[in-house]
Design a protein around this ligand. Structure first.
Ligand SMILES: Cc1cc2nc3c(=O)[nH]c(=O)nc-3n(C[C@H](O)[C@H](O)[C@H](O)COP(=O)(O)O)c2cc1C
Length: 209
């Protein structure tokens, strides 16, 4: 599929077909796309923990859901045959930026106005999402509620230093469910692109829609 088409077609999927798995070769290919993501200092500070057995997926949902009662969202996403926990590593950046070509300052003296570890992990995640669309699969990126992070970390032996940026669910789409958030409408190009100064909107056109 042409890249721009895949970008335009990608939608978050929230109802997966429980009867259709993702074959290992396809899954390996999708995970491999993360390696092509850009990263600050080429630190590549992401880890992807792939859950593909029923036991592991149940352990994820048990640890991530806490006491919350089951709902339609969870039932639909829970059917996904693959979950990928996307973790970032601040330490990878602290040690990379302590190297001479990156300033050589020890971690405690470094200034991080933007957490590049989370930025890069998000970029890697997006490549997996786009690759899934290209492969004819459905995908969803979703967050783990804050109070559940420690339980998820414990369930999968994720080191304490790692941050759980989000989770990708992968599988075959069963049914299209429009997120209520989409009612907000997509921002117009002229609303988010600015021409030279913040107050000046981009002059025209709809971009590559
Ligand atoms: C950081 C992040 C967290 C998200 N968390 C959730 C989530 O917890 N549950 C969910 O259903 N969708 C989640 N989404 C998906 C958004 O709701 C979705 O991307 C948005 O509504 C636009 O829809 P689209 O991606 O299908 O175009 C998340 C997306 C991002 C980027």
């Amino acid at each position: 599929m042409e890249l721009i088409r895949a970008i335009r077609r990608r939608r978050m999927v929230r109802r997966f077909d429980p009867g259709r798995d993702v074959d290992e070769q396809t899954l390996t290919g999708l995970l491999g796309l993360a390696a092509s993501a850009p990263s600050a200092g080429f630190s590549q500070g992401w880890d992807l923990i792939v859950l593909r057995t029923q036991e592991d997926r149940d352990a994820f949902w048990d640890s991530a859901s806490g006491d919350r009662p089951p709902d339609a969202w969870r039932a639909g996403v829970r059917a996904a045959p693959v979950l990928v926990i996307c973790c970032s590593s601040p330490a990878a950046y602290h040690s990379r930026y302590a190297e001479p070509d990156k300033g050589g300052r020890p971690a405690q003296e470094q200034d991080w106005p933007v957490p590049y570890w989370d930025v890069d992990t998000s970029m890697a995640s997006l490549l997996v999402l786009l690759g899934a669309t290209d492969a004819g699969l459905g995908s969803l990126f979703f967050g783990v509620p804050g109070p559940a992070h420690d339980a998820v970390r414990a369930a999968f032996d994720i080191p304490g230093e790692r941050r759980i940026v989000g989770v990708i669910a992968l599988g075959h789409e069963a049914e299209r469910v429009r997120s209520p958030s989409l009612r907000r409408g997509r921002r117009a190009l002229s609303d988010y692109a600015h021409d030279g100064r913040y107050a000046v909107p981009w002059p025209g056109g709809e971009g590559d829609r």
